[in-house]
Design a protein around this ligand. Structure first.
Ligand code: HSE
Length: 311
């Protein structure tokens, strides 16, 4: 078995407006890399964290990738351990699934060192243990797309079922990351514990409409359904300019526009031909507020985590 393995895991847009905690798509324009080297003693030693984030915990139990590896080692009762080097490509507290990507890259790299590899659902479960360290709760809407790739629905937590959903090829994602930070724990803490009945009905219809629109290539249904009536209105206070950015995207023909995960990144889905105009309108609104941005245009169908090198 290899002694050193490097794996890449892409970022992701969680919730996708209408699937809070259950739906997400991968964004392979950004991602994290993890290099593992086998060590004789059990346990996880984090040797370095470099890249766009370098101040994350080095104690394995407090680090998303470290905790995910410990969960993997416990599941397989491993008699050896790992040295880990994390290269962050995803900014901290950006809403692009950075903690999930590190956890996923770590378990995908470790899996390549095992004589009896875990199944992808087992990898999902151990990576979720890592994600819980950062967000305070177990949910798979960043982990699943980062691991599997594309638009992914996850049903269940203890016994998750994962479905990769086909997205019409003509649909592209515009992703705009304003240079602000929103803590996922904080963005979850502000959410109301109860949901109004008419909002519940509306959101349920939108989720069903969006998924069936994807399966049937029905762009009109996708556009009509891609609206979050529950979470977005509670969280938009955390993102200066959100309402203007969303309005600008819709004005340029976006099918929908909402918060990526817990924010502050904002995503829009649109036809490929409209993507540049949508992107420029969104970044223009942030520029008016003197907020710098990173931005990407990417197909929604993209690959998941993979081993980059092993020796
Ligand atoms: N579904 C999660 C949320 C994603 O919106 O809180 C962020 O971890």
């Amino acid at each position: 078995m290899p002694n050193t393995v490097t794996a890449f895991a892409p970022g992701s847009v969680a919730n996708v407006a209408i699937g809070f905690d259950i739906l997400g798509f991968s964004v392979d324009a950004v991602g994290d890399r993890v290099t593992l080297t086998r060590r004789a003693q059990p346990g996880v030693v984090i040797k370095s964290i470099t890249g766009v984030v370098d101040d994350l915990p080095l104690e394995a139990e407090k680090n998303t990738a470290g905790q995910a590896l410990l969960a993997l080692a416990a599941m397989r009762n491993l008699d050896f351990g790992f040295e880990m080097r994390i290269q962050k490509g995803i900014p901290l507290a950006s809403g692009l699934g950075g903690s999930a990507a590190s956890a996923v890259a770590a378990v995908v790299a470790a899996n390549a060192m095992l004589e009896e590899p875990l199944t992808r659902i087992e990898l999902l479960k151990v990576a979720m243990e890592g994600e819980a360290v950062a967000s305070g709760s177990r949910h798979a809407d960043n982990i699943s797309p980062s691991l599997f790739g594309g638009l992914v629905l996850t049903v269940g937590i203890d016994n998750p079922r994962v479905k990769q959903i086909p997205v019409p090829e003509v649909i592209h994602a515009v992703i705009v990351h304003p240079h602000l930070q929103v803590s996922t724990k904080q963005a979850r803490a502000i959410l109301s514990r109860t949901v109004n009945m008419s909002d519940f009905v509306w959101q349920t219809a939108n989720l069903a409409g969006f998924i069936s629109g994807c399966y049937t290539n029905d762009l009109d249904l996708i556009k009509a359904s891609l609206e979050d009536v529950i979470i977005e209105k509670q969280r938009q206070v955390l993102i200066p300019g959100f309402a203007e950015v969303r309005a600008a995207a819709l004005d340029k023909g976006a099918l929908g526009c909402s918060i990526s995960g817990a924010g502050p990144t904002i995503f829009a889905l649109c036809l490929e031909r409209d993507a540049r105009a949508v992107r420029d309108a969104m970044t223009g609104e942030f520029a008016r507020l003197n907020i710098a941005t990173d931005k990407w245009i990417a197909p929604v169908q993209s690959g998941g985590a993979h081993v980059v090198s092993s020796e």
